[in-house]
Write a protein that binds this ligand. Sequence first.
Ligand SMILES: Nc1ncnc2c1ncn2[C@@H]1O[C@H](COP(=O)(O)OP(=O)(O)OP(=O)(O)O)[C@@H](O)[C@H]1O
Ligand SMILES: [Mg+2]
Length: 413
Amino acid sequence: MEKNKSIVVLDVGTHKTVVAVGEIKEGELYITGVGEALTRGLEKGLVVRSFDAIQSIKEAVDKAESIIGYKIDGVIANASGYHIVCANEREEETFTEGAKAIQDEDIDGLLNKLADSIETNGYEILHIIPKKYKLDGYNEVEEPVGLTASKLEGEFHLILVRENDYKNLKRVIGEAGVRPIDFVVNPVASAEAVLYEDEKDLGVAVIDIGAGTTDIAVFIDRGLDYTASIPIAGNQITMDIAHRFKISKEEAETIKVDYGTALLEYADNSIIEVLPIGVDEPIQINNVELVETIEARLTEIFELVKAKLDKKGYTNKIKGGIVLTGGVANTPDIKTLAEAVFKTDVRIGKPKDFKGYNDKLYKPEYSTTVGIMLYHRANLIDNSVGLFSIFADRDIDILSFVKKLIEKLKGSF
Ligand SMILES: Nc1ncnc2c1ncn2[C@@H]1O[C@H](COP(=O)(O)OP(=O)(O)OP(=O)(O)O)[C@@H](O)[C@H]1O
Ligand SMILES: [Mg+2]
């Protein structure tokens, strides 16, 4: 295999850390190796114990390397954590030389102009994602390169991450012995893996419920319009169960996955034996009590997401419904519960558009992992386009917040 044509992604989740290696064969993405480790040292998507996090990443990298048979150098990683903020911004450029055929450099110029207008304040821009362009004030286009105009305008979705969280993440990845080349935020990656273009046309919300965070991405009119992350997810459900029955986190996780469902209405009265902490004899709990606990927390998560969608006016705009993904989307009956709360169609999203390791990766919990790779697929097909985002080679310090943006964000979050 040609190493330089392969892409390595690292998905550091709160529950699991995954390294996946892929390559393009006849235009399709093939996954050629996967290494996975249980994550230690992360909470709510953030590094809380560096040493443990480094060990988890090393373990996943080692496993992937033993499969692919060569050393991994650079990785494209996920940027997780709930302190992400987003904004929709526009930028324009009038060409002094008059009408001209727009080139890639003009687009870069527009992106850089927007990035440069941004002042740092503890955040860094991770993505500037184009939504649409306008030529000469009236002609709306998706792909302006090659078209002639004397004025270029663009609308962009910006995603910013907290500088310190981002530094910690970069440091632990580096100390695990791999070089972080670029990052994709969780909601962008998950959406890339599970959505169909038709859903983006109609308007759709992707909700990725992992262990530490619930990540949201909303597409309106094809373009990414909103991204957010909430620090309540599967781990919280596990902790609720542990607290209610006074059992260990591990035992709570096991009974949640083995017997849990999302709807009390469908729960049977079966008996589950558990061993409370410090007690020698197992006790019996009713399955109804377990499901009650799960349903309550899941409902709260959905209501928090719904409140955000309502506040931003998306509820009536997402005609394509809601796509649920992330490990928690495996909970039986979760689709029915979500439909009751959101009052719209819901489907469970699994990562698509890849080959290889299907048995392993065709599951909701791998949407972010596969999505990071799909997000960078264009770079694999055309090596002349660097592997990097527009920011990878910029001085990171200049990439932070615009004061005016903060003012704007204060009002909207
Ligand atoms: N069958 C199941 N029923 C209920 N919950 C499940 C099931 N399978 C997985 N989960 C839950 O999904 C969560 C893990 O999801 P995932 O692997 O997407 O998280 P992660 O990517 O490691 O974390 P994050 O992205 O939040 O940092 C855990 O809380 C786990 O209990
Ligand atoms: Mg995840």
